[in-house]
Design a protein. Structure first.
Length: 137
């Protein structure tokens, strides 16, 4: 838990960590800005489960599109409010998955091969600090 409790860079040389993979967790999602900052200060490449980590400076993410999940949840609420029995509704898996890269972070970490080889569609907007390359399935 050093990643969550320390504001100093992680001592990854001592711990032999070469990268970080952060699994999905509501607890960790609330701390995503802090976690991205710690990984950046430690110069550790990190992969996350939500694009918000990448938008705040993380290297990459792969996971379900949260806005799409919320839209799909609204259809369940609509069906229940119209009288459907919740027990009769099927459990659905996410259908929209996103692979998101932060090209600025890739360059800062020295991953020029990733930054130079990305010929994917990119998305950048004025309210986000970093350009991202994104695939959606």
């Amino acid at each position: 838990m050093a990643l969550l409790t320390s504001t100093a860079p992680l001592h990854h040389d001592r711990e032999h960590a070469e990268a970080v993979i952060l699994l999905p967790s509501p607890m960790l999602y609330g701390e995503h800005k802090h976690i991205v900052e710690l990984a950046a200060n430690s110069r550790l490449p990190a992969m996350y489960a939500a694009r918000e980590f990448v938008e705040d400076g993380g290297l990459m993410s792969y996971g379900a599109s949260l806005p799409d999940l919320f839209r799909r949840a609204a259809t369940y609420v609509d069906k229940i409010l119209k009288g459907a029995n919740p027990a009769d509704l099927p459990v659905e898996q996410p259908t929209k998955l996103e692979l998101v890269f932060n090209l600025k972070t890739a360059k800062q970490l020295g991953s020029s091969s990733l930054a130079n080889s990305c010929r994917w569609p990119t998305r950048s907007s004025s309210d986000r600090r970093d350009a991202t390359a994104r695939f959606s399935k």
